[in-house]
Design a protein around this ligand. Structure first.
Ligand SMILES: NC(=O)c1ccc[n+]([C@@H]2O[C@H](COP(=O)([O-])OP(=O)(O)OC[C@H]3O[C@@H](n4cnc5c(N)ncnc54)[C@H](O)[C@@H]3O)[C@@H](O)[C@H]2O)c1
Length: 381
């Protein structure tokens, strides 16, 4: 694990850490004040931010989108929201900004807001390069502004449950983690499928294991266009726990799958985000190595199988985006450090950058030939 990595372990809602330099607002004042938040980007995800923030008491929402048709849709859905075509036009009259635009635009929009002293929540991935992510973290520190990254799954009760299962030792030593995030996805023009989808898996697995990966190995391929890979298999190595995570992300799969499997020596747990009422299942099953003597050993598999109950623990559902955005509002009101600060976003961007290096290194090895196999790359700290 990189020593510089921000610990993924963070207090849950109601357990804020305080930044001494950001003065807390007394609770009475916090209750009466109104926070003016601009949501930049009224697309697929930004419209959800607008919905949850509009339902948050004490928040006035301004919707910013450069496309007039999107603003017209926003006006129809949220008649009381203020509208603007450009963040610059409304920066003077808001306290905070949520950036839900395509990843390549995050750094310029977030820097604009941070340099104006505004608190900023940036959607995942925080930026599209380590240098840009570092710029944002540095600007937030200099302007003493709150910088938070939208790692939505770290606000998801099912992911908290998975982490509790790992921490309690109930699963035993973690042998490996496997994740699948597949569907006929929305092809992005500015990033490949890894930068689009794997931030979720890197965030979930590092949160659950409480460790950032130190190395990445990637197989990625572009099946539809030559621009960006649309299917990728990744392997991340976690040296402290001696565990590996295998991550499969795809924009080109017929069935939607959102699954995380944690395989422990004693038990195995599956988090299925597509399930309505059994999002976590704990399987009391496993495989033990068997000592075998005698002539049958030459043919038999030297393992025995354990099978037992399958239990689905109760996980109270609260929309993770609502939990996340309410946490952001709480941070800007109280001066608390977010549970997913800019540094956490930077850590994930470092891992994503290592996947790029892994792909580039293999392409360099094979010259002009594009090869699908790639080799391991260390995550820079
Ligand atoms: N946390 C999650 O679970 C989750 C899920 C989906 C998307 N996302 C993230 O949300 C972000 C947006 O994704 P999306 O799928 O909603 O994209 P989208 O293409 O549907 O919407 C982006 C919107 O931003 C607008 N826009 C672009 N540049 C702008 C600018 N400079 N100023 C104002 N408006 C601008 C576009 O007109 C568009 O309406 C991405 O970073 C994506 O990774 C996060």
């Amino acid at each position: 694990m990189s020593q510089a990595a921000h610990s993924p372990t963070a207090p849950r809602a109601g357990e804020p850490e305080h930044v001494p330099s950001m003065r807390p607002v007394p609770p009475r004042l916090a209750a009466v004040r109104r926070d003016r938040i601009a949501v930049v980007g009224y697309g697929y995800w930004g419209s959800k931010h607008v919905r949850v923030l509009s339902s948050t008491p004490g928040v006035d929402v301004t919707i910013v989108d450069g496309v007039p048709g999107r603003l017209a849709e926003a006006a129809a859905q949220f008649p009381s929201a203020r509208l603007a075509a450009c963040l610059d036009d409304v920066l003077d009259s808001v306290d905070a900004v949520v950036i839900a635009t395509p990843p390549a635009t995050h750094v310029s929009l977030a820097l604009l807001a941070l340099e104006a002293g505004r608190h900023v929540l940036v959607e995942k991935p925080l930026a599209t390069s380590v240098e840009d992510a570092e710029l944002l973290v540095e600007a937030a520190a200099r302007r003493r502004a709150c910088l938070m990254v939208g790692h939505t799954f770290e606000y998801n009760a099912a992911v908290w449950k998975l982490r509790d299962l790992v921490r309690s030792g109930e699963l035993g030593k973690i042998l490996y983690v496997d994740t699948a995030r597949l569907s006929l996805g929305r092809y992005q023009s500015d990033v490949n499928v890894i930068w689009d989808l794997a931030p979720h898996d890197i965030s979930i697995v590092s949160f659950v294991l409480d460790e950032m990966p130190a190395g990445a190995t990637v197989w990625a391929h572009s099946h539809i266009s030559r621009q960006h890979a649309d299917v990728a298999h990744l392997r991340f190595d976690f040296p402290r726990s001696g565990t590996r995570a295998y991550v499969h992300v795809s924009w080109l799969t017929p069935k939607k799958v959102r699954q995380v499997t944690v395989v422990g020596e004693h038990r195995m747990a599956v988090y299925d985000d597509m399930s309505d009422n059994e999002r976590i299942r704990v399987y009391d099953i496993g495989v033990d190595v068997q000592e075998m003597d005698g002539p049958e050993a030459a043919h038999a598999l030297p393992v025995t199988y354990r099978t037992g109950d399958i239990v689905s623990p109760y996980v109270a559902f609260e929309e993770p985006l609502l939990v996340q955005d309410q946490h952001f509002v709480e941070c800007i009101r109280t001066g608390a450090v977010p549970r997913t600060p800019g540094e956490r976003g930077l850590d994930v961007v470092r891992v994503l950058a290592a996947t790029d290096e892994s792909i580039a290194a293999e392409h360099a090895d094979v010259g002009e030939q594009r090869d699908d196999r790639t080799r391991a790359t260390r995550v820079a700290s």
